[in-house]
Design a binder for this molecule. Structure first.
Ligand SMILES: [Zn+2]
Length: 287
């Protein structure tokens, strides 16, 4: 039962990777609070109880997921986009597809847990394997951003309601919205457990993309939310290495629990991306 044995090890912690860095906004940005702002503007931004801007981990994770989805194809990896019909990629994260193939599974198995997990593994795309889905726990966690610095004030901007057909402003329909000014900086931390080489190639490509720059939050079509990921650093734990395992289990601070890879992040991820691309090259030649 080689399949069951592989899955069994998934319950054990094999490795950990921690990516840290700083998200620096080069333009103003906004993550909407869904209600009026503190400044009485129509559309507020998310602030903590002390009035400081919040960069939620859920927003970062959503952005990282969409970055990975857009890069997956170039690495020969699959992304169902949570819509099997639109993407053409079979994945049980899409509820409709789940119900469709569920009957096959029930016929093929006596309902044992290992068989059920094997079935979920088989019908899950690469992106859902990394980020999780309704039937699968995520192996990736992102903390809320920790505010490093900002200007200390929220700005209010005016917007006009546009007529979709004529693309002209509708008379008398104006609103205002809050933004956090350019230059704000947050520390972030991305944790990944039990990664395989494909995970590292995909996540690494996304980190290169964020380093080059992207957009985050609302109104990006108006030029809001341009950011870069700076000061990227890596730390790992390999639980098959007795010394690393001991260090992780018996120390209290992250600095002493994790091990720093000898390579910098560019070489570390670059190597994994290269390996992934070279397997694609080999399979292309075989065809
Ligand atoms: Zn999927």
């Amino acid at each position: 039962m080689p399949e069951a044995m592989t899955l069994k090890t998934d319950f054990a912690l094999r490795n950990k990777l921690r990516i840290t860095g700083a998200i620096v906004f080069e333009t103003a940005w906004r993550i909407g609070s869904g209600k009026e702002g503190e400044t009485m503007s129509d559309l507020g931004v998310v602030l903590d109880p002390t009035g400081q801007p919040v960069l939620p981990g859920s927003s970062l994770k959503g952005k990282l997921r969409s970055t990975c989805e857009s890069l997956s194809h170039s690495l020969g990896l699959s992304a169902c986009l949570l819509n099997v019909e639109a993407s053409g990629v079979p994945c049980v994260s899409d509820v409709k597809y789940y119900h469709k193939v569920r009957q096959d599974y029930q016929r093929a198995s006596a309902g044992e847990l290992s068989q059920r997990l094997g079935w979920i593994e088989k019908y899950t795309c690469h992106v859902c394997k990394l980020f999780g889905s309704p039937v699968r726990r995520s192996r990736l966690r992102i903390s809320d951003g920790r505010l490093d610095s900002w200007t200390g004030v929220v700005q209010v901007r005016d917007g006009v309601v546009l007529d979709r057909d004529s693309h002209t402003a509708v008379d008398g329909l104006k609103y205002d919205y809050e933004v956090v000014p350019a230059g704000s900086r947050f520390r972030i931390s991305i944790d990944l457990e039990n990664h395989c080489d494909d995970d590292l190639a995909l996540l690494g490509a996304a980190i290169f993309e964020w380093h080059a720059g992207g957009s985050l939050g609302g109104f990006s079509s108006r030029g809001l939310g341009r950011f870069r990921l700076q000061d990227v650093d890596l730390a790992t734990v390999d639980f098959s290495d007795a010394a690393q395992r001991l260090r992780f289990l018996t120390n209290r601070t992250d600095e002493s629990r994790f091990t720093k890879p000898a390579q910098g992040w560019e070489a570390y991820f670059g190597e994994r991306i290269n390996e992934r691309l070279s397997t694609l090259g080999a399979s292309a030649k075989e065809v």
